[in-house]
Design a protein around this ligand. Sequence first.
Ligand code: CP
Ligand code: NVA
Length: 346
Amino acid sequence: MTLLGSGTRRAPGALRSLAGRDFLKEIDLSVEEWRALVDLAADLKAERRRSDRTPRLAGRSIALLFEKASTRTRCAFEVAAYDEGAHVTYLDPASSHLGHKESVADTARVLSRLYDGIEYRGSDQAIVETLAAYADVPVWNGLTDAWHPTQSLCDVLTMLEHSAKPAEQIAIAYVGDARNNVARSLLVAGAMMGMDVRLVSPAELTPDHDAVRRAQQIAEATGARLEVTGDPHRGLTGADFVYTDVWVSMGEPTEMWDRRVALLAPYAVDDALLELTGNPEVRFMHCLPALHGTDTELGHQLASRTGRTSFEVTPEVFESERSIVFDQAENRLHTIKAVLVATLAG
Ligand code: CP
Ligand code: NVA
């Protein structure tokens, strides 16, 4: 199965070239390799429903290092591994020496002797890069402050599934904290797919120059259109997908919420913001977890502090038929499986 439009079909050898490689950030892959992974994920998703599957990773073992909380990424790595016959070990800072008594380089060398691959989630991109430099096995980035590449791979698959258009005709508007990992990854991933990508945020929260420059270099080759703007009308007009993320990311101080609420309130995704697209078929995306009400500890605390009862998205939009957030969450599994299969199998 190929989801990509004509002229963008899987290049021969693109998947094979990923065998044994790390998956640390989108820009480490060629456009052909990235697109081949999207295609592989679609194939694996279709295949999962069949009962005659042969596990590709039988006998393999994977270490999952999490220095930050996770629901989707951890579970997707675990289920992807189980589906393909591999075993996993979950390690967090409380139950391992990682970051306290043992260096990243030593941890990488020890885990390489025991495991066939290592996933890492934490703050500093330099840590996952160091793990990869010292490990003899593939290292996968499960989120750092800089990049969230397994998320953007999932986002691309989800958009292709929910659009009748080829990637090159799809427009996505990301609204909110455009400096964060999800926004930077989406910008680069969209550029690799040749999409029209708009990041819509106040000036204080625009992505760093380096991320934009790298995405623009890719766009020159793929024909992608990229725009960073503070104007929701300009950014949203004609968008097929509107995407947002939490206003304060993991690792940022809680005190940041007051400033972010003040800055980002005009960028909250509600029905009026979606109307700016002028597109009755517009779909809403969110990497999750989302603060769309007060039924979480954090939402409850913030409501009494700020007087708001929803944050980056209203409950009306989140629960509407326009929302494809749970399809998106499911695709974490299929896309992470593609990363495991491409880098470990063979
Ligand atoms: N989207 C995402 O990465 O979710 P988790 O933090 O639950 O892994
Ligand atoms: N930007 C968010 C993404 C969570 C999946 C964070 O880093 O907390």
